[in-house]
Design a protein around this ligand. Structure first.
Ligand code: SAH
Ligand code: SF4
Length: 351
């Protein structure tokens, strides 16, 4: 659907019957193009060390209260084996950002290990921040085929209200990294947080237009959850209520589904922090990917990007069966043992 900015803002501000009609239309659109299938990416929270200082994130380097860990190679291999056992077709390796060679070589090594122990069967998504073209190339050669790098906000102005304005945080570099990933042939995903201080519906409409303009294959958008040990906590009383942030997230997902019917869209775990049914609500609003946690529980509780993370004490096995059941209850079906590539990406490649 070729929506213009005014249409998008109108849809994002809809309430009551109009809001419900939007969500229903997005669900029909998804079912028509992608069926009722949900793809899984087993999430491996590899390391909580980060060299950046994003003003919203609990892992920011200035947060001295954060516990820092990095998984061993064996931990990561065990997560991959667990993914195989649970029939997840794909894993996502996520961590704080570092650019030193020890780190970048290690990620390449871990990609090769995941491929080795799964006999090439597991798909690999990386979400390890901004890197040089050479590093992105190295990781792709090592086996990664998807990459998630949220733009966080496509407004330069808002970007610098939620990041320090220094050499380490550059809006232009973030965009250029997304362009590089697309050029290198990664299935590339981006996204934003919703309900940030200073954020307006105008910003959010521009974000959706940005995703369309960039032609990304995947989008991950989730509600902003204020973290008490970060600078943006200061505004926690001035942002929309948690319920409103979740509603706005659902509307963003629904509108984007109408604009880009074939992309892969993640239902963020943060939805579940706000409402125990939030993850399923996002699936019913048009999302088609979920990232169940594979990290051992000792690490899970230390990877605190935002507070009140759900399921920190569950095992991967518990997460898997709970998810399968919850999705069945809403008429959806998990697609096991498949990479679950974005149809937007595969059909663009065939054109
Ligand atoms: N370091 C990598 C990946 C880990 S962070 C990167 O920054 O790209 C993954 C995502 O968590 C970020 O893109 C951000 O959108 C989200 N995030 C960080 N802090 C958050 C918060 N307080 N509430 C909700 N999402 C948050
Ligand atoms: Fe680091 Fe990513 Fe958190 Fe920014 S959002 S502080 S880069 S982990």
């Amino acid at each position: 659907m070729e929506l213009e900015k005014e249409d998008i803002v109108r849809l994002l501000s809809s309430t009551g019957d109009e809001e419900q009609a939007l969500l229903d239309k997005a669900l029909s659109c998804k079912l028509e193009h992608l069926d009722n299938k949900v793809h899984l990416r087993g999430l491996i929270e590899y390391s909580s060390r980060c060299s950046k200082d994003c003003l919203y994130c609990g892992l920011r380097r200035s947060n001295s209260r954060a516990t820092r860990y990095t998984m061993t190679d064996e931990d990561v291999v065990n997560c991959a084996l667990q993914a195989m056992e649970l029939h997840y077709g794909s894993v996502a390796l996520q961590c704080g950002e570092r650019s030193d060679k020890v780190f970048t070589d290690k990620i390449a090594h871990l990609c090769r290990e995941i491929k080795r122990v799964s006999d090439g069967k597991l798909g690999i998504t990386l979400s390890c921040g901004e890197q040089t073209e050479g590093v992105y190339r190295q990781w792709k050669e090592a086996g990664a085929h998807r990459y998630l790098l949220r733009i966080e906000s496509s407004s330069r102005n808002l970007y610098y209200k939620i990041h320090p304005h220094d050499d380490c945080h550059s809006f232009e570099r973030r965009i250029s990294c997304i362009e590089t990933l697309l050029r290198l042939g990664y299935q590339t995903g981006t996204g934003v947080m919703i309900g940030l201080p200073f954020q307006t519906l105008d910003h959010l409409a521009d974000d959706l237009l940005f995703f369309r303009r960039m032609g990304v294959a995947m989008v991950g958008m989730g509600p902003f959850i204020p973290h008490p040990d970060t600078p943006l906590w200061e505004y926690h009383n001035q942002i929309p209520s948690p319920e409103d942030r979740l509603r706005l997230t659902l509307k963003m997902i629904a509108v984007l589904r109408l604009m880009m019917p074939k992309i892969n869209m993640v239902s963020a775990t943060a939805n579940q922090t706000i409402n125990p049914r939030g993850r399923e609500q996002a699936i019913l609003a048009g999302a088609n990917v979920i990232m169940p946690n594979l990290s051992p529980s000792d690490y899970r509780k230390e990877y605190l990007i935002y507070p009140d993370k759900p399921c920190v004490s569950d095992t991967a096995q518990q997460c898997a069966s709970c998810l399968d059941l919850k999705l069945k209850l809403i008429g959806h079906e998990v697609l096991y043992d498949e990479w679950g590539d974005s149809l937007a990406f595969t059909s663009a490649q065939q054109e």
